[in-house]
Structure formats: C-alpha cells, structure tokens
Design a protein around this ligand. Structure first.
Ligand SMILES: *[C@@H]1O[C@H](CO)[C@@H](O)[C@H](O)[C@H]1NC(C)=O
Ligand SMILES: *[C@@H]1O[C@H](CO)[C@@H](O)[C@H](O)[C@H]1NC(C)=O
Ligand SMILES: *[C@@H]1O[C@H](CO)[C@@H](O)[C@H](O)[C@H]1NC(C)=O
Ligand SMILES: *[C@@H]1O[C@H](CO)[C@@H](O)[C@H](O)[C@H]1NC(C)=O
Ligand SMILES: *[C@@H]1O[C@H](CO)[C@@H](O)[C@H](O)[C@H]1NC(C)=O
Length: 474
C-alpha cells in the first residue's frame, strides 16, 4: 500500500516513539566467566539454561564471536576497544598480588557513555587491576561498583588465598553471610534498576558475573538439576551455569517489569572458552581457556532486544571480536569512538545481519609465551605453541585422552570454513597463504607494546589492609 508523504512521516514518527529509537537505548552487558562453548542450551541440550536460550533464540545467536583466551585481556577489550597487545595486558591475568593494571590513558566505554549522559553501574568481577584506586571501577567510569577486584575467590565467603575481596564503591562490603555470588549480583543489579528512570535516563549496566569460574561451588538445588551426570565436577559446574541462567532471568524480568525493555539491548558473552580442567566443555571446538585454539577464543554469545534488532531469531555467522563492542555500543548510544581504535562498529552486522565490518583479527600476540595467532578471512595462522590444553576434551566421565602438549610446528594453518574444529594443519600445502598471513602478523607485531607483567609485590599482602585485597600499594 502506498502512503501519502504526511502519513508516512506520521507512521515513521509513531514507530520511533513506539520503538523508543528516538532515545539512546539502555545497554545491559552481561559477561559470564569461563563459560564453555558446549555449556549453553543452544549448543548442548544437556544444559538447563531456559532464560538464556529464550533470549538467544528470539534474539541473535552470535556464532562467530571471538574473545581473548583468558579473563583480564578480554575485559580489557570490552573496556577499551583496543587489543591487549596495545595496552600491555596480553600476557595472562592480573594476579591479586601483582601490580598490573589497564593503563589510565585509555578512555573506557563507561567513561565515554557518561560523557553523553548515561548512568553507569557495574556489578561483579573487575580483574583489570586494583593496586591503586585510580585503576578501579569508580575511577574508570562507573557511578557505582559492587563486586570484586580480582578473580577465583570463594562464591560465598569472597576470600581468595588469605584475603577478602568484596567491595561496594570504595568500601569493603559484606553481603549476607553465605549468600551465593550469582544471587548477590542479581539482587544488586535489580536494586540499581530502582534508582534509574527507564524513560528519562539511559543506563549502562555492566554485569560481569563470577559464574561459572572455579572454584566449583553451587547450592544443591541447582546441582540436583543434573542428578543424572555422574561426574561430580561436571554436575556442579552445570548447576553453576543454571544458577547464572536464573540470575539473568531475574534481571531480565526486572528490566521488563520496570519498563526498561521498551528500549534496551542485552549483550551476553563469555570472557573466554571453558576451563576443561574445571568442569567446562567446548566441544566440538579444540582446546579451552588459556589456549589460542577456537575452544579458548570463540565464545558463546548472543544479543537480545524487544525492539532494537531488525533481524532476529537466527544464528549470525559473521566475524565479531571483543574489541568491537566498544565502538558498536558507543555508536548505538550516539557517541563517537576515537579514530584508530582496534574495534569496529558492528551494529549493522548485529542488528540486521549485514556482512561483518572486519575480515581480519588478531587472537593475541604474547611475546612472553612466545605465541600469536591471526585470522584473515577463512584462514587462521597460529605461531608457536597454542597452549597446554590442546585436545578435544570429551564430556565426562570420559578421560581427557586428547590432551597433548605438542610439540607443534612453528606455524600452523587452518581453514576454519571447512575445518572449524582445527583437525587439519594445512600449512605445508599452502605456503603462499602462510607467508601472506605472516606479513599481516608482522604488521600487527610492529605496533605491539611490551607486556606489563610485573612480579608479585609483598606490599599487596591483605594483612596490610585489615585482611582485604585492597588498593593502596602502587
Ligand atoms: C539428563 O537429563 C536431562 C533431562 O531429563 C536430559 O536432557 C539430559 O540429556 C540427561 N543427561 C545425561 C548426561 O544423560
Ligand atoms: C555455527 O558455526 C559452526 C562452526 O563454524 C557451523 O558448523 C554451524 O553450522 C554454525 N551454526 C549455524 C546455525 O549456522
Ligand atoms: C597510552 O599510553 C601508551 C604508552 O605511552 C601509548 O603507547 C598508547 O598509545 C596510549 N594510548 C592512548 C589511547 O592514549
Ligand atoms: C555507591 O554509589 C552509588 C551511586 O553513587 C550509591 O547510590 C550507593 O548508595 C553507594 N553505595 C555505598 C555503599 O556507598
Ligand atoms: C531469582 O529470584 C527468585 C525469586 O525472587 C529467588 O528466589 C532466587 O533466589 C533468584 N535467583 C538468583 C540466582 O538470583
């Protein structure tokens, strides 16, 4: 039906009002910790993740969404839009007693969003350095922060090694004794919603859950969902995933009840592949957390929105990298990403399935581990040893028969289009492709900054700070 021009204008305006597109959207960025490829319902029907599955199936499953092999570097990407080899965070994670940090000259996504009027809150795991207050969340763009600075602490006691690590803004915080981390995080997220006006304010809510990183701990009622899994570690781990799913369900229900969903985008991603030694599984992908294999770097992810996505209910296979979220979300919010950032705006890809804005990305360049990997088109080149978990770890109770520590050739080449599970190194058949990719890798290496990998500093000792892992020692 043809519409007259005035009618068309009215229809478009009505649409904008209904869709809320006239205003920048609320952005809820949810990060799971160490969630494996094969640990979500849409990849494995053994998993009970009804809330995540519903949003994934009604939103867009991101089937080619890449992250870094470990925690700190991925969070660096989400926060800065730069590869870790440009911020000095390319080598491993920041241990609580090491004075590592995300350099303060990088403007974070929440800082940029605040500049354009957003209210910004964070609940969960930071892991981007805390030896000085200036490196911590409320100094890096967040109006409030509840959570922990480091990683791998107990889910109920919030203790790691000999120190307590749980904060509310700049004060040590004690949630009710024994309350499970996923519940603490969802309760605080919902409390935040009650402080924000869904119509006249814009919310950026960053929710990096503790779940489902080791230690393997979960209340019995979640573990019992998986009573038919005989291996204790896998059973507990799967229960942890279901607790995370319930927490996300509670938050999305609250978003909808309070009117945020009329104009909200939810991004869900893991920070790295599953730790196959701690209950997780990445099949059919090779390797896991800490490795440059797809099992370490290709992450379970989706986007969901009631109204903002043009094309939904499908699996998107376009190449997206963790650094892309910064420019994608900032542009969506009406801001301008800095020129020269490693990330690119992927909103056309994510929202309507347009071809990816990139055909290349760097998995990592780590001069200390002496390894690197790059993707160009369908090809992936790995230099050096990809890591120490190099097989296709089966689901328990089978033993990990595929663990192999190499040795590996100096360069391996995989055609991920035909071999996404990295079974066939084709480097010797395609020396031309290898040499082209080495050229691209050298190009990126030339811009790499040295890894900031300082040794442990005894000044970090929690005994100096009333038993807490605390800022104030660098
Ligand atoms: C356990 O039971 C669930 C639900 O009945 C089923 O979907 C799943 O495949 C079973 N898992 C195993 C390992 O048998
Ligand atoms: C997701 O990616 C895998 C591996 O690349 C591919 O085999 C599969 O067909 C993709 N899924 C969909 C639904 O496109
Ligand atoms: C931050 O400082 C480092 C070291 O001086 C420099 O390499 C980098 O380009 C700077 N980055 C930004 C975004 O200013
Ligand atoms: C943390 O900061 C937020 C935002 O300013 C505030 O609403 C909240 O009450 C603060 N919490 C504590 C415990 O200081
Ligand atoms: C979700 O909400 C229900 C109902 O309030 C509550 O019992 C449950 O503990 C919550 N779960 C999580 C993980 O937050």
């Amino acid at each position: 039906m043809e519409m007259s021009r005035p009618l068309l204008v009215i229809a478009v305006l009505a649409h904008l009002v209904v869709m809320g597109a006239a205003k920048p959207p609320h952005i809820i960025f949810i990060v799971a910790d160490d969630l494996g490829w094969n640990d979500v319902g849409w990849n494995n029907n053994q998993m009970f993740t009804p809330n995540l599955d519903k949003m994934a199936s009604e939103g867009v499953i991101l089937n080619s969404s890449y992250i870094q092999p470990v925690c700190t570097p991925s969070r660096n990407c989400f926060m800065t839009g730069y590869y870790p080899f440009h911020t000095g965070l390319q080598h491993g994670t920041i241990h609580p007693n090491h004075p590592g940090f995300m350099p303060s000259n990088f403007t974070t996504l929440p800082q940029k969003l605040k500049e354009i009027g957003y209210t910004t809150h964070m609940v969960g795991k930071w892991h981007l350095g805390f030896c000085n207050w200036k490196y911590t969340p409320t100094f890096r763009g967040f109006d409030s922060f509840m959570g922990f600075f480091s990683g791998a602490e107990d889910y109920n006691t919030h203790i790691r090694d000999n120190g307590y690590d749980f904060w509310f803004n700049q004060s040590v915080h004690h949630p009710p004794e024994g309350e499970y981390s996923a519940n603490v995080i969802s309760a605080r997220a919902i409390e935040i919603l009650d402080t924000v006006d869904p119509v006249n304010e814009q919310l950026y809510l960053y929710l990096p859950f503790q779940s489902v990183h080791a230690p393997l701990e979960v209340p019995e009622r979640y573990e019992s969902i998986y009573a038919n899994i005989s291996t204790k570690s896998r059973r507990t781990y799967c229960g942890m995933v279901s607790a995370l799913d319930e927490a996300v369900g509670n938050i999305t229900d609250a978003l909808r009840d309070r009117g945020f969903m009329d104009n909200a985008l939810i991004v869900f991603t893991t920070d790295n592949g599953g730790a196959t030694w701690a209950g997780a599984n990445n099949l059919p992908l090779r390797g896991g957390k800490t490795t440059l294999w797809e099992g370490g770097t290709r992450g379970a992810a989706f986007v969901y929105s009631d109204y903002l996505l043009q094309k939904t209910g499908y699996t998107n296979n376009e190449m997206i990298h963790a650094v892309d979220w910064f420019p994608t979300l900032l542009t969506l919010a009406g801001g301008n990403p800095d020129a020269g950032m490693d990330g690119v705006n992927q909103w056309p890809t994510v929202s309507s399935g347009a071809p990816s804005a990139r055909s290349e990305f760097v998995y990592n360049i780590d001069e200390i581990a002496k390894n690197a990997a790059i993707r160009v088109g369908q090809y992936k080149l790995i230099e050096g040893s990809p890591g120490i978990f190099n097989g296709w770890t089966p689901l328990p109770p089978l033993a990990d028969s595929a663990l192999s520590n190499g040795p590996f050739p100096e360069h391996q080449l995989f055609d991920l289009q035909v071999d996404p599970t990295e079974h066939h190194d084709i480097a010797s058949d395609h020396p031309d492709v290898v040499s082209k990719m080495l050229g691209r890798l050298s190009f990126h290496k030339a811009t790499s900054v040295p890894a900031n990998n300082p040794p442990a500093d005894p000044a970090s000792d929690p005994n100096n700070f009333g038993g807490n892992w605390s800022p104030g020692w660098c």
